[in-house]
Design a protein around this ligand. Structure first.
Ligand SMILES: CC(=O)SCCNC(=O)CCNC(=O)[C@H](O)C(C)(C)COP(=O)(O)OP(=O)(O)OC[C@H]1O[C@@H](n2cnc3c(N)ncnc32)[C@H](O)[C@@H]1OP(=O)(O)O
Length: 562
């Protein structure tokens, strides 16, 4: 059993350079990064024999099913045999588009056991988002369920789709029956060991100017994931840990699946969508002690009222926040009504979590700050010319590659433009450093939208909108929103003779929701005569954003003086 976090054993940490002894980090891993590592062994097999619960699944009706590491070893070996029977081998990509349940974990671990690469597809995606991602990864097989399988029609041949179905659901013609096939396979499959540079995940991240980019994740990233669990989440053996993020995204896959399992701890999955009521109920029912989620989720808990919190007051030991900046009001409310500190953490799909309010540091948590570089990473603030900036000088947050032994990202999949220049990975997030090295988030240097913890690429939404017959041109921006940080707003130029009505606005939102993704639709739509453009015809989203912010400020001023 891996020794879990102990305040006395946190690796030596130099706030000046974030110097971190790599040997301490390697101690988080049983495998040999240069020669022999398998993600399923790290996240499952090495905890077998301890009779520990790995996964706690809560169904919609509140039933809890517990699965041990022994159970997952058996399931992952059967799944690996099933994948092998489909001709899948080391380095091949298998995509999963599944709800949060044991089939999802069996799929992920089975893919890793065989030395293959797991690609997550968020279940809210529509065909447009799926098609691009599968074309990018060339996935050999997609594992999905009855609720999502139709979205694959015309994109993937049915013979390359394995369906998770209940006994009362009919298997679509030509598709593979995942549960039945896996159950019929042998529970013996020797893991395929690879090197730390071989891939085990293929993620995607939205851009502002093009379609989402592939983020290849090598096996060495496991060290970084487990370091985050230890030093920032402070996961302990006795914790009941629940990260509510969906494993269709980086924060959920890295830190609701790989991270806790690697440390031999159990992770909670709730198969339903988020509601404040179910969240309070599950924390109470399972005795959750460590909760992770996004500020929007926390704001929804607060909106449910002070009374709702009474039953779990004092039950949580720690709460971790990611995906959006954490407002000080949320910290105060959690302190007063739940008697628990919330620690703000910052990261990206490309980096994993890199700036955190760690538990091992003696610095107090500063409200409004995302914290300090994680051990193993050195971060700096750069200006446009790549010069390092001092305290209180806004610039872009960058990771210093040479001094960040845990940084695993080297560049986007199949893209020629380098992601790392002059030894730095520029995150695109604008920040300011304090004299003590803590980092405060300011915004984005580009047009990427941060909404409810999701990063939404305006280009993706615009591309979906212009496929609608009524739309000639579209520009999409994020506008400030008190609940979701930002919401998506679309400015639409309509085809000749089409009138912009509330019904059409709703139709366009629905169109994006079903074609692109249920979370990325424009919640606000303005019909306009034309869009602001540069002389060369490039849409100037920043002018639209500026006008929106001026409008909001004018309204706030009017309210103040009323
Ligand atoms: C490094 C990192 O990766 S950092 C963090 C990564 N980000 C995340 O993990 C995202 C965090 N955000 C969330 O989990 C959610 O937004 C929450 C819990 C905060 C709030 O959830 P909700 O408000 O219920 O809905 P959510 O924002 O997920 O979705 C928006 C819409 O998509 C729909 N939707 C969401 N998931 C699905 C799904 N799997 N299938 C179908 N529809 C879905 C919702 O019903 C909602 O529809 P509505 O607007 O018509 O009501």
């Amino acid at each position: 059993m891996l020794q879990l976090y102990d305040r006395r054993t946190i690796p030596s940490y130099d706030a000046e350079t974030s110097a971190f002894r790599l040997s301490d980090a390697i101690g988080l891993l049983d495998g040999d990064l240069e020669r022999a590592i398998n993600a399923c062994v790290e996240c499952c097999d090495r905890h077998v024999g301890e009779n520990r619960i790995a996964l706690r699944c809560v169904s919609l009706d509140g039933q809890v099913r517990d699965y041990t590491f022994e159970y997952l070893q058996d399931m992952s070996a059967r799944a690996a045999n099933f994948f092998a029977s489909q001709g899948i081998g080391p380095g091949d990509v298998v995509a999963g588009m599944l709800s949060r349940n044991v089939d999802l974990v069996a799929t992920i671990l089975g893919v890793w056991r065989i030395g293959a690469v797991y690609q997550p597809l968020f279940t809210a995606f529509g065909p447009k988002a799926i098609e691009h991602r599968l074309a990018m990864s060339k996935a050999a097989l997609v594992v999905t369920n009855i609720a999502n399988c139709e979205k694959l029609d015309g994109i993937v041949d049915r013979s390359h789709v394995a369906i998770v179905r209940n006994d009362d659901e009919t298997l679509p013609h030509g598709a593979l029956d995942f549960r039945a096939s896996v159950a019929a396979c042998s529970p013996i499959f020797d893991p395929c060991f690879r090197t730390g540079d071989d891939l085990f995940m293929m993620m995607s991240t939205s851009g502002t100017t093009g379609l989402p980019k592939g983020v290849p994740v090598p096996l060495r990233a496991l060290i970084s994931f487990s370091a985050y669990m230890r030093y920032a989440i402070d996961l302990r053996e006795e914790d009941v840990f629940w990260n509510i993020a969906d494993p269709g995204w980086a924060y959920g896959l890295y830190y609701a699946v790989a991270g806790p399992l690697m440390l031999g701890c159990s992770t909670v999955f709730y198969e339903g969508g988020f509601t404040a009521q179910s969240t309070y109920r599950i924390i109470d029912q399972l005795g959750v002690t460590s909760l992770a989620g996004s500020p929007t989720a926390f704001r929804l808990l607060i909106a449910a009222g002070n009374e709702a919190a009474v039953a779990i007051k004092g039950r949580l030991r720690v709460v971790s926040s990611a995906g959006e900046p954490l407002n000080p009001e949320i910290m105060r409310w959690f302190d007063t009504h739940l008697a628990v500190p919330i620690h703000d953490h910052y990261g990206q799909t490309e980096t994993g979590m890199v700036v955190n309010n760690h538990h091992g540091l003696t610095h107090p948590v500063r409200a409004g700050s995302a914290g300090f570089a994680m051990p193993g990473y050195r971060v700096v603030v750069l200006d446009d010319a790549g010069r390092t900036l001092g305290p209180h000088q806004p610039g872009v947050l960058a990771v210093d590659i040479a001094k960040s032994p845990l940084m695993w990202f080297k560049g986007y999949f199949n893209q020629e433009t380098p992601a790392i220049t002059d030894g730095f990975y520029r995150t695109g997030d604008t920040v300011e450093a304090e004299p003590d090295g803590s980092i405060s988030f300011i915004g984005r240097e580009d047009d990427l939208i941060t909404s409810a913890g999701y990063r939404i690429g305006p280009f993706d939404v615009e591309s979906a909108l212009i496929e609608h017959a009524a739309v000639i041109e579209a520009a999409v921006i994020g506008v400030p929103d008190p609940e979701r940080t930002e919401i998506v707003k679309a400015f639409i130029v309509l085809a000749k003779d089409i009138r912009g009505t509330p019904d059409l606005a709703e139709e366009l939102a629905h169109y994006v929701k079903t074609r692109l993704s249920a979370h990325a639709y424009p919640r606000l739509v303005d019909f306009v005569e034309e869009l602001p453009k540069t002389p060369s015809g490039k849409i100037q989203r920043f002018l639209l954003r500026k006008a929106e912010i001026e409008k909001i400020n004018a309204l706030l001023k009017r309210d103040d003086s009323a």
